[in-house]
Design a protein around this ligand. Structure first.
Ligand code: NDP
Length: 291
């Protein structure tokens, strides 16, 4: 009987751990312990009071803001880990930090792999996330039944760290699409074009993306901007994408500029606002509302 543990019951982790607890004995730990207690009461998981206790499971999941918070747990994980622990990091993390951590943990008999996610909080709640897996094929097979508790698309993209690299580029594409769609639609709005009508036809045309099909209609046109994925996290991901670009000695001026624009939006609009609220900066600059 496989026991799993989940560390980081945030917007993504809370519903992911709920799916796990329907199939496995699940330990949960969260910095703010009340959330772990609430999770246990709601889903029958078991709230533990230390990361070391969580590390006694067979598979340990983490989903924290950045790799810095993940790496900071390593000492506690090492002190609590049983034989053959596999640590699956679902954070949108830093490939470099992850590779270094994997080497350090391997020396302690712990296998560290990366499995960042896409699909948002809606995907996490539905158990229909996509996973970009970085690690050995055999490790993927070992943890696949647990990943399948919350994911419907699981792709191994390479050795440890490569999942994070793919995730960073995916989110850079999200940022580029978001910003470009915002610029284009703000211009149309300023011309007096109805943005809803424009999107109706763009979404049956070649310029469509998840941004035009879902994010802008659901979050911007409604003016609700629900904060399910924080602007600060998108800026972090765009920065990681530029690290990937520099590490490859590649040239990516559009991604570089978009990172800067998203950083400006974090400062002007606020780190905890939803990522789609970045378009409020475009609205200010163009003195028009996207509607
Ligand atoms: P949240 O801000 O909702 O949750 C963050 C979690 O990390 C909370 O459980 C928080 O605990 C915990 N935490 C923060 N700092 C520390 C720390 N120093 N030590 C221990 N625990 C800490 O983030 P999300 O769930 O939105 O995002 C998590 C990761 O998933 C990020 O890397 C993000 O980029 C990625 N992601 C997010 C998506 C989304 O749509 N939201 C989609 C795909 C990936 P506490 O409750 O105490 O604050």
């Amino acid at each position: 009987n496989v026991t799993v543990a989940f560390v980081g019951l945030g917007a993504m982790g809370y519903p992911m751990a709920a799916h796990l607890s329907r199939r496995f004995e699940t330990l949960v730990w969260n910095r703010t312990h009340e959330k772990a207690l609430q999770h246990a009461a709601e889903y029958g998981s078991r709230a533990v009071t230390s990361v070391a206790a969580a590390a006694e499971a067979d598979i340990l999941f983490t989903c924290l803001p950045t790799s810095a918070e993940v790496a900071a747990l390593a000492g506690d994980v090492i002190s609590g880990a049983g034989n053959g622990l596999v640590w699956v990091d679902c954070t949108s993390g830093d490939p470099e930090v992850t590779r270094e951590l994997a080497v350090r943990l391997a020396g302690q008999g712990i296998e560290f792999v990366d499995a960042p996610l896409s699909g948002g909080t809606a995907g996490a709640e539905a158990g229909k996330l996509s996973v970009m897996f970085g690690g050995a094929e055999s490790t993927l097979e070992e943890v696949r039944p647990a990943l399948e508790a919350f994911a419907t698309k699981i792709v191994r993209v390479g050795e440890v760290g490569s999942g994070h690299a793919v995730k960073a580029i995916n989110n850079a594409l999200l940022a580029v699409n978001l910003w470009a769609a915002g610029e284009g639609l703000a211009a149309l709005a300023a011309l007096g074009v109805d943005v809803g009508a424009a999107l109706e036809v763009i979404n049956a045309s070649s310029g469509r993306s998840n941004v035009t099909e879902n994010l802008i209609p659901q979050r911007v046109l409604t003016r609700t901007f629900p904060a399910t994925f924080k602007l600060a996290l998108l800026a972090k991901d765009a920065g990681l994408a530029m690290d990937v670009v520099r590490g490859a000695r590649a040239s990516a001026p559009v991604i570089a500029m978009t990172e800067s624009l998203i950083r400006a939006a974090v400062n002007e609009i606020g780190p905890d606002e939803d990522h789609t609220a970045a378009l409020k900066l475009i609205e200010r600059w163009s003195k028009t509302e996207i509607r």
